[in-house]
Design a protein around this ligand. Sequence first.
Ligand SMILES: Nc1ncnc2c1ncn2[C@@H]1O[C@H](COP(=O)(O)OP(=O)(O)O)[C@@H](O)[C@H]1O
Ligand SMILES: [Mg+2]
Length: 498
Amino acid sequence: MTKKKINPEISIERLKEISTWVSSVHDLDRLLELIIETATRMMDAKASSLLLLDKKRKKLYFKVATGEKKIDVKKFEIDIGQGIAGYVAEKGEPLLIPDVTSDHRWYKEISESIGFQTQSIACVPMKVNGETIGVVEIIDKTNGAPIEGDDLQVLSAYAELAALAIGNARKIERNRKKIKDLTRELDVKYEIIGESDSLKKVIFDAIKVANSKASTLILGESGTGKELLARLIHRTGSRKEKPMIILNCAALPETLLEDELFGHEKGAYTGAAGRKIGKFELADEGTIFLDEIGEMSPRMQAKLLRILQEGVFYRVGGNTSIPVDVRVISATNRNITEDVAEGRFREDLYYRLNVIEIHMPPLRNRITDIPLLAQHFLDIAKKERGLSKLSISKAALDEMLTYDWPGNVRELKNALERAVVMGNTHEILPQDLPNFSANPKYPGMEIGLTLKEAIDCFKKEFIGLNLRHTGGNRSKAAINMQIQRTYLSRLISKYNVR
Ligand SMILES: Nc1ncnc2c1ncn2[C@@H]1O[C@H](COP(=O)(O)OP(=O)(O)O)[C@@H](O)[C@H]1O
Ligand SMILES: [Mg+2]
């Protein structure tokens, strides 16, 4: 028998070839096949296989196999500790057996049942971070010569490569899963709940403008969901893969705000130890959300106007202009037109910012959203606290429906969170809610109304309340109020109840 020596130059070339695959082939199964096939060809082996360890079941299974019985062999599984592969998987050490018939570890059932003659075996472990994840083995040379020590070394190199590929693929898979989980979490966190016509219109408008770069100004009371809407515009638009940077203009004094927006050069002022990249630069190709824009000082308004007009800016203390491509969404709860009229807010800046203007309706004008929002916040709280049975009592819901929510959705969210903490674990009751009656809302209770007007006011509210309670079912509402259904219908049109 002639012994076929491995040419080290060829083997290094092959290894190089494979290392480029490791980073370019994205299909792990194909990559492992390539590695094993190359190893087999190079060592002139009769058959070879790569087995992976299923840690939970303590079994090795065939991931890749070559040779004339490669299909048959894949049906087998090997216990850890069983046979040569099982032994190597258990000990984590390479093993070379020139004559299997004289080795007590040889588990001949597989070879015999598929009718594959085996004389010598080399088997090496694959390790990721020191932990054995499987083995690679080769059986005999095609020319009938036994496997030798040199082969074991080459095989080890290939096994290392395969382990590297598997380790990378698993890391990528873990990260992919993590990203998926986090994205799902964020989607829930930033989901906009509500079915009212006014909210649907706002969402419709937001989606319509999302793909343009048009500056968008979102107006509305505090807590109505302006930031949520800004996030929706960003993530439905073409810039969604780029960052959305948020800056609250009311939270910082002027000089700090300037520093945050534009960044600074090293030595721009005492304490500026290095260069700082500002939010505008960070938002390049993405979106910047300027919250509470109405609170911006005149000087900052002028600076902001300049960057919007010219598309370039300077870092504080810098003299090179930096071009940026940023979509600007801003928001305020102030009456901005009044601020413009009275000279507190620059008119030219206002027109730059509100190419598109969206109004978030206050919660009291979209009462139909209240039950949905309440349920949404309850679901989140339930999940966090593992309270699967908790629900909202009808009485508590009625209180929520009649309250006028000056703090809008944010107030509702806080109320729900508090109720979950304060109440029992199966039902939220009116007493779990903040004391809404501390600022009561009695319809008609106003100086200047006649008694009739006040009573009409009350009647209208009362009918509305009952209709909401029955989900708009007039017959049920009439029964509850103990009036005729036809009379209720007349009242509804008389008072123009929605
Ligand atoms: N339609 C909505 N669906 C779900 N959550 C909402 C909705 N509107 C507002 N929220 C929640 O209420 C809170 C206040 O919303 P935010 O967007 O910060 O309001 P604003 O910016 O108008 O003050 C946030 O926790 C937000 O997630
Ligand atoms: Mg806000």
